[in-house]
Design a protein around this ligand. Structure first.
Ligand code: ASP
Length: 379
């Protein structure tokens, strides 16, 4: 756990981990404490910290979604225009408290519902995040929750920096009473600034919880605890300024070896045109899979993920006959090493952008979808 406190003022505090300073205990306010790895020097008060420029630099790359939504009335929790508010306006409502947590800058990448972004936009988003990370210590991406499970996995597979990247959104628009939007943006910045998820890849933060990119999926259209992480559970919690981490994605074990830590998908090595079309087909009783495969193959689709096992042998044959790379995954979201269809599609799409060799695709699926901790029993 890392707690950001040196001085507790205005109910908030600044950067120093593992101190017991609570907002309600002003007598502990000046307790000196060790500083987190991201800090250059020790800070003794928020003002000093800000002045000395030691606060972590966090850049928000905003894409829209409900978190930036404007509601019809203060109680229309579900009637609103997503992607309406600019990130600077939103951030100004978190001030002054947020300025005691991080030195925050913003990039308005776009302002749309999550479904308004195509794969070519994802390509640009990765480059925008990487550019921000050249100067920032961490990045927060805001997006709609509708396809946030895809945003997070895409960023996790493509961003090559080990610095923390946190994606967040909200289930209620910014402008209703009891919105989760303000708290989620605040907590995402706290998490990013803490540095605790360095080498975790991109994590998803909503409802005080953070999740691994590979596991997180949206489980409900309205509830604020919508994101779940299969049977493995979330990674940890943000409780006020405490970040509590209970587990980590397996890639963290390669943190000291950047080459090993990075994924094969450095987008600076390809162009947007290299990203192929890859589609998902759902297998169900009596599905007309042949016609779908033929139509997609003729339309130039290079890869198909079949979700579900029905007739997968014949389907694979048909796809391969037509020059389409085929992967099968399960329809359900649980199970060992199971990448559910939307995420398997992103991994196949990126794989095919970087290789034509099916054995290499298999190797990347084994390595990335099947990542686990290597535990040495003789340690
Ligand atoms: N429809 C919205 C979107 O995905 C849902 C949300 O933002 O939570 O943009």
């Amino acid at each position: 756990m890392r707690r950001f406190t040196v001085a507790c003022i205005q109910g908030l505090a600044v950067l120093a981990p593992n101190t017991a300073c609570a907002a309600a205990a002003p007598e502990m306010a000046a307790t000196p404490a060790p500083v987190p790895a991201m800090q250059a020097t020790e800070a003794s008060s928020p003002a000093d910290a800000a002045e000395a420029g030691v606060l972590p630099r966090v850049t928000i790359v905003a894409t829209g979604g409900t978190i930036a939504g404007v509601s019809d009335t203060r109680t229309s929790f579900q009637s609103y225009r997503a992607g309406s508010l600019g990130i600077d306006e939103m951030l100004s409502e978190l001030r002054p408290q947020i300025d005691e947590v991080a030195d925050v800058t913003t990039v308005q990448f776009g302002n749309r519902p999550s479904g308004g972004y195509a794969i070519a936009d994802f390509f640009d988003l990765t480059l925008a995040v990487e550019e921000a990370l050249e100067t920032a210590d961490a990045v927060v991406v805001t997006s709609g929750t509708g396809s946030m499970d895809e945003f997070v996995y895409w960023l996790d597979l493509t961003v090559q920096s080990r610095k923390p990247v946190v994606i967040t959104g909200a289930m209620r628009p910014w402008t209703v009473i009891g919105t989760d939007a303000h708290a989620n943006l605040f907590n995402a910045i706290v998490l990013a600034a803490s540095g605790e998820t360095r080498c975790f890849g991109t994590v998803l933060m909503l409802n005080d919880e953070f999740h691994a990119a590979k596991e997180a999926w949206k489980g409900d259209a309205y509830r604020m605890d919508t994101f779940v992480s299969r049977e493995l559970g979330n990674l940890g919690f943000i409780d006020e300024l405490d970040v509590r981490t209970y587990r980590a994605p397996p890639r963290v074990q390669h943190c000291a070896d950047p080459e090993r830590w990075m994924t094969p998908f450095d987008l600076n090595r390809i162009s947007k045109d290299d990203l192929p079309r890859v589609e998902v087909l759902i297998g169900y009783q009596g599905a007309g899979l042949d016609e779908a495969i033929t139509a997609w193959a003729e339309a130039g689709v290079r890869g198909i993920v079949l979700a579900g096992g029905r007739g997968s042998g014949e389907v694979q044959e048909k796809a391969e006959e037509m020059g389409v790379v085929f992967r099968r995954t399960h329809r359900f979201r649980t199970g060992t090493d199971n990448l559910y269809p939307q995420k398997a599609r992103l991994l196949l799409l990126l794989s095919l952008a970087f290789t034509d060799d099916p054995e290499q695709v298999d190797a990347w699926f084994a390595e990335l979808a099947g990542a686990e901790f290597q535990v040495d029993p003789g340690r």
